[in-house]
Design a protein around this ligand. Structure first.
Ligand code: GLA
Length: 385
């Protein structure tokens, strides 16, 4: 991919790029919708990324071409603007929201940016819950700061990416995706405390397989449902006069059950129990305790299905198909923001083929959708080296 994007750059801009920069997508093992509640998450960066070939310009203009985003004539779309903090959206290139947002947020943090020519291409499946947008944001932060010879650390880069998404693209996402796209580490998951932003690397057992299956259910209303969940969590925290649900215990929550809106109660129940499951799953992974991991990942799925209500039927079907094959020998659950997208399963290597066979033979029959299977490896983040 790196070579293709480089060649395309040379063809389209009639010059060699100064460099090619990349940032990965991610899969979350456990800890869903906990990040914006100051909680814990356990994602890994994956071997699917966004690449950007780039060169510095002498003026103040950014010109970017997205090879994967085609117009009506099936040509890559492009966008062009002068660097300033008052950028408007480009309706012909909605993907450029992320670029414009990143430029605005870098300027807000007093980074000096030079003009740039960019060619962008990626292989993170889009709209699948594997953070193609965070991988684009992180790759853009890396590219623009490198070209401008500005130093930025991984945590600041993640904050810039998140702010671009919150303030310009309009999704009130948490910090998980950008943090792991920046700071992920090969062969490891990252336990992230979303309050302190402290990270701990948790090795993924080398004799296990990390498999992601895309349900290929088109995700609808994702941003609005996501933002509603966030509001419900804030409402629950406010009930306890707490800054976030991180500060509310399960006992406290249960004691207030009758005084809370029933839906808000269940949303909070998911978040509070999910935080504990994430910490417990981290221990299980450290101890190679797959039966415990299996239980926790399945409970996480049930909680997302019944209390947070973010799964859809084909995703539940996928989890069931895999669970039947792996039993307590591995874990499986939906991963990402929800309403479609992917499941993640972590299993001993010897079960890999059985999982693939079961998904290929059963999923379409039950759901009518074709699955796409990704056997993943945990990868380095853009700022890891
Ligand atoms: C999306 C968001 C993340 C996180 C997950 C759910 O991926 O971008 O911040 O909230 O959903 O865990």
């Amino acid at each position: 991919m790196e070579t293709i994007v480089k060649e395309k750059f040379t063809e389209l801009f009639d010059q060699q790029p100064d460099g090619v920069f990349a940032a990965p997508g991610r899969v979350n093992l456990i800890g869903e919708h906990t990040d914006y509640n100051d909680g814990f998450v356990l994602p890994a960066a994956i071997n699917f990324s966004t690449w950007i070939a780039a060169s510095k310009r002498d003026d103040n203009i950014i010109k970017a071409i997205a090879l994967d985003e085609l117009d009506d004539q099936q040509q890559p779309t492009q966008t062009e603007f002068e660097i300033n903090s008052d950028l408007a959206k480009d309706p012909k290139a909605p993907w450029s929201d992320y670029l414009r947002g990143v430029v605005i947020e870098l300027l807000a943090k007093d980074f000096n940016l030079c003009g740039a020519n960019l060619v962008i291409q990626g292989n993170v499946p889009r709209g699948a819950g594997l953070s193609s947008s965070a991988s684009l944001e992180t790759a853009l932060v890396l590219t623009l700061t490198q070209l401008s010879q500005e130093n930025i650390d991984g945590i600041t880069a993640a904050k810039v990416g998140q702010a671009a998404e919150n303030n310009f693209a309009g999704c009130q996402c948490g910090i998980m995706d950008q943090m792991v796209s920046s700071l992920g580490k090969k062969d490891n998951a990252v336990l992230l405390d979303c309050r302190s932003l402290e990270t701990e690397l948790i090795p993924i057992p080398s004799d296990s397989s990390l498999i992601v299956v895309n349900s290929n259910v088109k995700r609808g209303l994702v941003d609005s449902e996501y933002n509603t969940r966030r509001q419900q969590c804030e409402q629950a925290a406010a009930h306890f006069n707490a800054d976030s649900l991180r500060d509310v215990s399960l006992k406290q929550l249960q004691s207030e059950r009758d005084n809370m809106d029933e839906v808000v109660y269940r949303r909070a129940l998911h978040v509070i129990t999910e935080n504990q499951r994430t910490l417990d799953a981290t221990e299980a992974l450290k101890n190679n305790n797959f039966s415990e991991l299996s239980r926790l990942m399945f409970e996480s799925h049930e909680s997302m299905k019944n209390d947070f209500e973010i799964t859809v039927k084909p995703i539940d079907d996928l989890v069931e198909i895999i669970r039947k094959v792996i039993g307590e020998q591995g874990g499986v659950r939906m991963t990402g923001g929800g309403f479609g997208g992917c499941i993640v399963t972590l299993v001993p290597q010897e079960l890999k083929e059985k999982v693939l066979t079961a998904v290929n033979s059963e999923y379409n029959k039950i759901s009518g959708y074709e699955p796409t299977i990704f056997v993943c490896e945990a990868n380095n983040g853009a700022f890891t080296l």
